[in-house]
Design a protein around this ligand. Structure first.
Ligand SMILES: [Zn+2]
Length: 485
């Protein structure tokens, strides 16, 4: 960790941003746009002072640095819109490995939550952020709900610091609860609403940048709108957040338990409840949204409420496959996210994009009926394209986070780029390189740029001692195991 700690002493945005950089000779450039705009014309990208200036077939200017991208494809850097970095030390916990969501919450995150200290959180965050960066992710929204009264460290500060050290954009979704659930041992674990709102104000003042190219953002994100606060508190939280210019985020409709709870408590569907409490709109996005009725999908679309689609976590916990194509068709902004490592051991946006591509088609094909019964025979393979998946994981993420200057490769946007070289055995024999990273789910990260700064080069984070990080993680797991005996 020494090297990274040293790196943090260097001011951001000045250390490795080339005043002029030419990405040269790419086999293809996928822009993150849709339709005819999904693929750029030309093979080169010129970046000046961290901004994309030109895309085409270009020649180097005098004194311009050149990054060789031959046999590579260029995507916008991925944008991960829902994570729990603290869970990076909670992978494969035996007591939760065959559990659905609710018993898993009890057996994994809430069992270990109060045993974290500053060092464990820092190690966990570093593990998750490093894996994300090495997968080509440039922006991370973390839903951090590790708060209890009297805690002696500031988790938010640690997370912003760790993201800064790696050069990533970071959105802190400030979780928390005023109500405990029956699997939480102590009622004293929860916060008072006034403390929660005061902390939102502090975070907004200290970290929040409203600009569309922000490196740091803060979001109001009670852990789940169904279970963490009552309706009045959620209305108050939304009003307070909006008065501070903050967006809203939470978990919703991840499994059928949300439907049961909403019927019992509110006598309506979860999305109707969200509407009643003022928690729908283009400044709101929810993680999961797996279990939805047609009416709920229409309501989400009409209000432009976004989704963080987490297919790998939803598979791991047997939550289901979100109706993501129906959501897209209804007008819902769709983004991709890895969710916490306790329910998805891969903090890897390329893997997530691969899974999203497969699972959306699997859901579409599941409806196919034989023609002799009146069905249409085989169908579903054209329901989602690789271009759709790239759009969701890049421009879609930028839309739900309100970061309008990232997520697309076009002149004037921030130079947040993932450059993949197709040199893994899985890539051998591929006909169309442009789609290979997503359909293979594997490639070497030739480079990751964030705001023109080279974060990863040839699959490595300069200055990172991976062995030391692995040892810190092993030690962390041992400490956590002992603490819960
Ligand atoms: Zn989550």
């Amino acid at each position: 960790m020494k090297d990274l700690a040293d790196k943090s002493q260097t001011p951001k945005n000045t250390k490795k941003v080339q005043s002029s950089l030419l990405i040269r000779g790419a086999a293809a450039i996928m822009t993150g746009g849709q339709g005819a705009l999904a693929r750029a014309q030309g093979h080169d990208i010129r970046i000046k002072n961290g901004i994309i200036r030109e895309i085409g077939d270009l020649f180097p200017e005098t004194d311009e640095k050149v990054l060789d991208a031959s046999e590579c494809v260029v995507y916008p850097a991925w944008i991960n819109t829902h994570h729990h970095l603290a869970q990076s030390l909670l992978k494969g916990v035996p007591e939760g490995i065959n559990c659905t969501l609710t018993p898993w919450l009890s057996a994994v995150p809430f069992r270990f939550r109060n045993h974290f200290d500053e060092n464990l959180l820092r190690t966990a965050a570093r593990v998750g952020l490093v894996e994300l960066a090495l997968s080509g992710c440039g922006t991370v929204a973390d839903h951090h709900y590790m708060y209890w009264p009297g805690m002696d460290f500031d988790g938010a500060g640690i997370l912003f610091e760790e993201a800064d050290r790696l050069g990533l954009r970071f959105v802190l979704c400030r979780g928390g609860a005023t109500q405990s659930r029956n699997f939480e041992k102590k009622r004293s674990d929860v916060e008072r609403l006034t403390d929660y709102l005061d902390d939102l104000s502090r975070l907004q003042r200290d970290y929040h940048d409203p600009k569309p190219d922000a490196r740091r953002r803060v979001v109001a994100a009670p852990t789940t709108v169904m279970f963490s606060m009552d309706a009045g508190e959620l209305r108050e939280t939304a009003a307070h957040a909006r008065s501070l210019g903050l967006r809203l985020h939470s978990h919703l409709s991840e499994t059928v338990i949300y439907q049961d709870a909403s019927q019992e408590k509110n006598n309506c569907s979860p999305i109707q409840y969200a509407e009643q409490i003022g928690w729908l709109g283009s400044d709101v996005w929810y993680a999961h949204l797996v279990k939805l009725s047609k009416e709920e999908i229409a309501l989400l679309g009409a209000t432009r409420t976004g989704v963080a689609h987490c297919p790998q976590s939803n598979g791991r916990l047997a939550s289901g496959i979100a109706p993501v194509i129906a959501l897209k068709n209804a007008g819902v902004p769709v983004s991709l996210a890895v969710d916490g490592a306790g329910s998805n051991e891969a903090a890897d946006m390329l893997q997530e994009a691969h899974a999203a591509w497969l699972m959306a088609r699997a859901r579409a094909g599941q409806k196919a009926l034989p023609q002799y019964t009146g069905g249409r025979g085989e169908e579903g393979a054209d329901s989602v394209t690789v271009e759709d998946i790239i759009h969701w994981g890049t421009a879609g993420g930028a839309e739900v986070l309100g970061l309008g200057n990232i997520g697309l490769l076009e002149p004037g946007k921030e130079a947040d780029l993932a450059i993949y070289k197709l040199d893994k055995p899985r890539n051998f024999g591929i006909h169309d390189l442009s789609i290979a990273p997503v359909i293979c789910g594997d490639a070497t990260l030739r480079a990751l740029l964030v705001g023109g700064e080279v974060i990863v080069e040839n699959g490595k984070l300069p200055g990172l001692d991976l062995e030391e990080l692995a040892n810190s993680a092993k030690l962390g797991v041992e400490l956590l195991k002992k603490s819960t005996i």
